[in-house]
Design a protein around this ligand. Structure first.
Ligand code: PLP
Length: 351
């Protein structure tokens, strides 16, 4: 392998497929979809979609119509649903690519009526983001169109990652109440966290996303990502010197700094500053020092054997996207979807 100075992001499609099987077992007896919006949460739909299909997944969700078109080329026989709905003027594209819109208001429902292909309908039960709100649900229940084919009534939980939150039960109850007044169809409720809430949150089609990609800690789920940053330069620093922009880090005693090929342009967020961030060399933690730059990060590697060309561990099974997310004050979703395009990407097992 030529060392072109790039850092290496290794993504294990088999681990994602294995995670889907674990989640599908949880979802049973209902079916389990996979959410592949934002290019499979930054992991790369082109490699992930076929692995999920081979594992038995038949239902896929994306956010945008364009994402659905890309996914259709990869998965000719899958059901692909588009969460952001049916924008005016896009009907022909939905039909040409056999995509299923998730209808989010009565106007979208009106556009879809009369078509033999079934759509999904999003009933908002408390998120107040997308889907038919309470008034529109009333109007739909009062006079459900006979010429609207619905495969699934869908809702989305606001607080599924907080199992004790009263919103969870309240949303499930609202969903059941409106379903009782609508024509029968299958249901779709839980995301990754919702699958871990218990039997009251079962539906006919679960919609996990982040848990597939190692962004949700639960028994049986495997890590997916390994990120190794390339060391570009190593230098000795003395007491009184500073490191990086803003001279933000002052060297307290003689030591050694390694500069690695990774920065905020690669999704290694600058905003949260360095404290708490770690990389590892041979399992030993080495702290990030100074500011994160666009293309570079500096590490205190005092006492470690490091030379240019070496690889430093940034993310793996020990230090995960959760750990990095916690260290920089965000969520695993943001770390995953921000993963840079400049890494050398490999799709293979690494654990
Ligand atoms: C993103 C999304 C999901 C997947 O959520 P995760 O928390 O990643 O499992 C499911 N349903 C809807 C409507 C979404 O927008």
């Amino acid at each position: 392998m030529a060392d072109d100075g790039r850092s290496i992001l290794t993504i294990d499609p088999a681990a994602i497929a294995a995670n889907w099987r674990v989640l599908a077992d949880r979802a049973a007896p209902g079916a389990c979809a996979a959410v592949l919006k934002a290019d499979a949460y930054g992991c790369g739909a082109a490699a992930i979609a076929p692995a999920l299909w081979a594992a038995g997944c038949r239902d896929f969700f994306v956010a945008h119509l364009d994402e659905g078109v890309v996914l259709r080329a990869l998965l000719p026989a899958a059901r692909i649903a588009v969460l952001n709905g049916l924008a005016p003027g896009t009907l022909a594209e939905f039909e040409a690519h056999d995509l299923t819109p998730v209808l989010n208001d009565l106007g979208q429902i009106a556009l879809w009526r009369g078509r033999p292909q079934a759509a999904m309908v999003h009933l908002d039960t408390g998120m107040n983001r997308l889907g038919l709100g309470p008034d529109e649900q009333e109007r739909l229940a009062a006079d459900p169109p006979r010429d609207l084919a619905v495969s699934h009534w869908l809702t989305h939980l606001a607080c599924a990652d907080e199992p004790e939150h009263p919103m969870n039960a309240a949303q499930a109850a609202r969903f059941r109440a409106i379903l009782a007044r609508l024509p029968p169809a299958a249901t779709s409720l839980a995301n990754s966290a919702g699958l871990h809430l218990g039997p009251g949150f079962a539906s006919d089609l679960a919609r996990p996303g982040v848990a597939l990609y190692g962004g949700w800690a639960a028994p049986g789920l495997r890590p997916v990502l390994r990120l190794q940053a390339r060391v570009l330069q190593v230098r000795h620093v003395d007491r009184g010197m500073t490191v990086g922009y803003g001279a933000a880090h002052s060297v307290a005693q003689p030591g050694k700094v390694a500069t690695i090929a990774m920065g905020y342009a690669d999704g290694y967020l600058r905003a949260a500053g360095a404290p708490g961030r770690l990389c590892r060399i041979g399992g030993a933690p080495v702290p990030v020092i100074g500011r994160v730059s666009m293309d570079l990060v500096t590490l205190d590697v005092t006492g470690h054997e490091v030379v240019p060309g070496d690889l430093v561990d940034v993310l793996d099974g020990q230090w995960t996207v959760h750990d990095l997310a916690a260290a920089v004050g965000t969520i695993a979703y943001e770390i995953l979807t921000g993963l840079g395009r400049r890494y050398r990407r490999r799709y293979e097992a690494w654990a």
